[in-house]
Design a protein around this ligand. Structure first.
Ligand code: NI
Length: 177
């Protein structure tokens, strides 16, 4: 089975990828084996979309700098799977909470330290950057079940004086191939 992706004919999906699999050129000039750096074999399937949607997808692929549609599709799929992971309250995962605050305001620094000590095993590490005379940005890496991460998020973001907050959904990677 072959399919066209950016003018390159892709086949040989049933072959076992080489150890550091990248692109292998065959004898035929027009055929390349594109094998991704994966432990498992790649499975090929086709998706039917309306031309307009495909046009938008191609623009997205270009805009984001993906080398091809497959890479872009995989990235979108994984993002969606991570979001799905976050819908399961008992699933262990990783969250990165970013906050910006003025360290002069009220008792914010002490409250932050107290809260982080309180949730200590769940908070893996914290990255703190002094932005200027007043402002700090902090990235707090939290590991635990989704509900526990949400609990830490709530405790931190409810501290008075935080100007910005954003919880990025990451993953331990265990459930994502
Ligand atoms: Ni600071």
């Amino acid at each position: 089975m072959r399919s066209e992706i950016f003018g390159v004919t892709i086949s040989a999906i049933n072959e076992t990828p080489p150890k550091n699999g990248i692109i292998q050129k065959l004898n035929y000039p027009e055929i390349f084996y594109i094998i991704f750096n994966m432990k498992e074999k790649v499975v090929r399937f086709s998706v039917s979309v309306y031309p307009e949607l495909l046009k938008k997808f191609d623009a997205f692929v270009k805009e984001k700098g993906f080398p091809n549609r497959s890479e872009a599709f995989r990235a979108l799929l994984k993002r969606e799977l991570v979001e799905e992971e976050w819908r399961i309250e008992e699933r262990e995962t990783i969250g990165v909470l970013t906050i910006v605050y003025d360290h002069h305001k009220s008792d914010i620094v002490n409250k932050l330290v107290d809260t982080q000590h309180h949730f200590h095993p769940r908070i893996i590490t914290t990255l703190h950057i002094h932005l200027d005379e007043d402002n700090c940005v902090e990235a707090i890496f939290i590991r635990g079940e989704v509900k526990e991460i949400r609990e830490v998020e709530k405790a931190i973001t409810s501290i008075k004086g935080i100007k910005f907050e954003n919880l990025a959904l990451a993953t331990t990677g265990k459930e994502i191939p």
